[in-house]
Design a binder for this molecule. Sequence first.
Ligand SMILES: Cc1cc2nc3c(=O)[nH]c(=O)nc-3n(C[C@H](O)[C@H](O)[C@H](O)COP(=O)(O)OP(=O)(O)OC[C@H]3O[C@@H](n4cnc5c(N)ncnc54)[C@H](O)[C@@H]3O)c2cc1C
Length: 486
Amino acid sequence: MNSSSRSSVIIVGAGVSGISAAKFLAENGVKDVLILEASDRIGGRIRKEDFGGVPVEIGAGWIAGVGGKHSNPVWELANKSGIRTCFSDYSHARYNIYDRSGKIFPSGLAADSYKKAVDSAIEKLRNLEVGDLAKTTEQSSAPRTPIELAIDFILHDFEMAEVEPISTFTDFGEREFLVADERGYEYLLYKIAEEFLFTLEGKILDNRLKLNKVVRKIQHWRNGVMVTTEDGFVYEADYLILSVSIGVLQSDLISFRPSLPRWKMEAIEKLDVMVYTKIFLKFPYKFWPCGPGKEFFIYAHECRGYYTFWQHMENAFPGSNVLVVTLTNGESKRVEDQSDEETMREAMHVLRDMFGPDTPEATHILVPRWWNNRFQRGSYSNYPIISDHREVENIKAPVGPIFFTGEHTSERFSGYVHGGYLAGIDTGKALLEEMRNGVDGKSDGKAFLLEPLLAVKGALSLTQAETVSGSLHKYDMPSSCISVDH
Ligand SMILES: Cc1cc2nc3c(=O)[nH]c(=O)nc-3n(C[C@H](O)[C@H](O)[C@H](O)COP(=O)(O)OP(=O)(O)OC[C@H]3O[C@@H](n4cnc5c(N)ncnc54)[C@H](O)[C@@H]3O)c2cc1C
């Protein structure tokens, strides 16, 4: 343990936004940055796992938004680092819709249902735009049959470009590429980190990155921050960039002294968190159709989102015998709470509905638990389709020396890897400007005007986390006992 030292900037979280913010700062002369990451690796929601010898992406899998008028920076990074990708063609999925007796819906019926769903979604969107709420809640066009429910699920839970005007697709293009590389999507993060952190033989060995450091308390005042981690260490800095997910901000993992102001808390609370779960199943052999147009297939069930969307991994990893089924929100939370054996049983039932009773039993299953992961609490943020510009502004606005970043702070690309990447750069820029203004004594941000009031409010109220852990925090020990590790 060393004596107390201070960095210019602490970055909480080493996902894509935290790493890109750190790189931006380093490139602009701010090198004494300390990155505190709760888990034992960088990447956050970009995460590769070995699944029975197959490298699978349990978090982000696709580089979405390619081939448009502007170039997606993550696609550029992927090309630069030579990462292997496969084009994903979703357009055929609608022709591979199975009913519960294993019959594929005739292509005409599938195309009609699809068109009806797209038309109805576009009409809803128009009504939303003109503020006609009565019409948007009309029941006549609500999906009812299994095929309609399945199509509704893939259109909305998968954000197909035909319906909603998603900036990722309008700006960067409608093509999507699946990362299919032994090194994983996370290799891109490593390549970014390599540009400003010391690395050796594929490992980051720079002590400006500290892993297994769970930030639990952030104390802040006009000129600095003091951060306490779960293992009792204390770190100080002039500024802090908080890159944790919106789900973590909504949880009580991190307490703030003084508490965050009401406008910030309201913005955080209002934002929806989407849970998106890819369940991987490995089989002794392949029993599903392969070949052009067969990568994705759909199961139509009367319960919306029940093991609906399937993908085989033969294009990405030939001979892997792996299937992926994607669940979202309520279904994700339901399977997270049950045993993997139960989930395997349900998935096998669905597969036998589609492919018959001789379908072989899966040999492995992998069920990621993003909702129950206390360092994530969900998969990504979900702004309403028509959202108020001020909501994003308040989400990303700094509070005193605390700057916020992460995919949820990206106005145009929230929810995506490139959203996180660009948000990190934006926040880095805003902080750099603040540091320069601060030096000139010109800072007049909204947060600083509120600060005197917040300090009084914070002193009067303990947050929930502090009430629970009470005086056991090492920070509360006499200063001679405070451990500061640099
Ligand atoms: C299942 C899934 C599928 C997805 N699919 C795609 C896709 O195909 N394409 C796409 O573009 N995007 C996809 N995304 C979204 C994409 O992964 C995210 O938008 C992006 O990775 C978010 O990066 P971030 O830096 O904002 O947050 P994160 O990656 O969450 O980084 C935040 C970091 O903070 C750390 N942290 C949390 N709490 C603390 C604490 N108290 N102290 C210290 N550190 C802490 C976390 O461990 C994490 O490493 C997907 C996400 C998921 C979960």
